[in-house]
Design a protein around this ligand. Structure first.
Ligand SMILES: *Cc1c(COP(=O)(O)O)cnc(C)c1O
Length: 431
């Protein structure tokens, strides 16, 4: 198919995610022919640095030779098998490795195939664990400005109006407690006090608090101090409330540690992972939990306490192989350590954005950098202008409202960082 053909045939039959389709009357789709490393290439031979890791999933570049080879190997061995009553080597190895890499005390892995489903699993497990202990706790707490996915349950505990408002009548009950307003220790303490106050009134109804540790992704890369996690964890223990750490975005090194919970030295009751889990190759997600939670479901069949939840593709062998290959790369290439160098380099470049008069502030947590703009109205759609400028100059940027951010694959070089951030700088300067 030619470039032109692809675009028109696409619009005849496809409905794209997160898109007002009418926008494509004026804004052309970009068919991608192939991709390698940090680059996406279109049909006219233009290449674009994937500064957003294709919606935060890619870790080691596109068509990574090593991950490719491991998926190909698996393809000729076992592509998929039902995970109820059966098992396979990739799932066993992956689970052992995740248990080892995640915070101490997380011992069991339950698989699904996307972040939202994994969030649903954590919510159901939390409720059900309390129920199996004879408690009826059916309310979930989350942070203001949070995002946990877009299926009904996950949407219910999110707080980004753009996604949520329309579906309000369909959603389950949830309460939002304030997220720390900035990265200061002070803000962390104030927000933790507010959560404590809520618990002191309603703890016997609250099943769990779900939060995105350190960085709220879809909430415009809002960041907060790790002390908040420490304090929330303590409060949860005091009130018999589960802590669900949704590390779908921040997991696998994004914040500088393998998992964001490590930076606060806490073990949540549930750790939710997806996105980077397969290096950005295949859909897979997992909920890790403790033996203590697991034990609440473990009994004779007729006691009816089992967690009867399933997805067709649970623990898919190809996806697990991609995940094992991804973890191999973390080990082989000492990635967390190497990322510190890239992080520092991005931090130096980030501070330059503060000179621009339409920049309100900049922030960074590990491999995530954000530039917040000021002086615009939503109808100005400045994000779209930055996006367009980026594309015209070889960089895929996809601002969230008036926040321009960088979340590149970890293999990005200094030169590519220069190109990515200098292009954004120019785009912002020209607004
Ligand atoms: C992306 C995301 C999800 C949802 O994952 P999907 O695979 O898109 O369903 C949940 N939580 C967070 C923090 C995310 O960033």
């Amino acid at each position: 198919m030619t470039n032109f053909e692809l675009k028109s045939r696409d619009l005849d039959v496809l409905w794209h995610p997160c898109t007002q389709m009418k926008d494509h009357e004026t804004l052309p789709l970009i068919p991608i022919k192939k991709a390698h490393g940090v680059y996406l290439e279109d049909f006219d031979g233009n290449s674009y640095i994937d500064a957003i890791s294709s919606w935060w999933v890619n870790l080691f570049g596109h068509t990574n030779g090593y991950i490719n080879s491991k998926i190909k190997e698996q393809l000729d061995t076992l592509e998929h098998v039902i995970l109820a009553g059966f098992t396979h080597e990739q799932a066993v190895r992956l689970s052992e490795r995740l248990v080892k890499l995640s915070p101490d005390g997380l011992k069991k892995c339950f698989y699904a195939d996307n972040g939202s489903s994994a969030v649903e699993i954590a919510l159901k497990m939390s409720f059900h664990a309390h129920k199996n202990s004879g408690k009826k706790k059916s309310v979930f707490v989350s942070l203001t400005n949070s995002y946990h996915g877009e299926t009904i349950g996950a949407l219910s505990v999110g707080d980004v109006k753009l996604y949520k408002d329309t579906y309000e009548p369909l959603l389950i009950q949830s309460i939002q407690t304030p997220v720390p307003k900035d990265m200061s220790l002070e803000a962390a303490k104030i927000a933790a006090d507010q959560f404590e106050e809520l618990c002191s009134k309603r703890a016997d109804e609250i099943s769990a608090i779900i939060l995105e540790p350190l960085v709220q992704g879809a909430g415009s890369m809002h960041m907060y101090h790790k002390e908040f996690l420490v304090l929330v964890h303590k409060i949860c223990n005091r009130y018999d409330i589960h802590l669900i750490a949704d590390e779908v975005m921040v997991g696998f090194g994004r914040t500088g540690e393998m998992f964001a919970c490590h930076s606060a030295n806490i073990t949540p009751d549930f750790l939710v992972l997806s996105k980077g889990l397969t290096g950005g190759y295949l859909p897979l997600s997992v909920v890790l939990t403790t033996n203590e939670i697991y034990a609440k479901f473990y009994c004779d069949y007729n006691e009816h306490k089992a967690f009867l939840h399933s997805h067709s593709y649970t623990g898919n062998a190809l996806a697990c192989a991609a995940a094992n290959a991804t973890l191999d790369l973390f080990e082989r290439d000492n990635v967390i350590e190497k990322n510190r160098v890239t992080t520092k380099y991005m931090s130096e470049k980030l501070s330059k954005f503060k000179e621009l008069k339409n920049v309100a502030s900049v922030r960074q947590t590990g491999m995530i950098c954000a530039v917040e703009l000021k002086g615009y109205r939503p109808e100005d759609r400045i994000g779209l202008k930055v996006y367009q400028y980026g594309l015209d100059n070889g960089v895929l940027l996809r601002p969230l409202g008036d926040v321009v951010y960088f979340m590149p694959p970890y293999i990005i070089t200094k030169d590519e960082c220069d190109k990515m951030m200098d292009t954004a700088y120019e785009a912002i300067k020209l607004l």
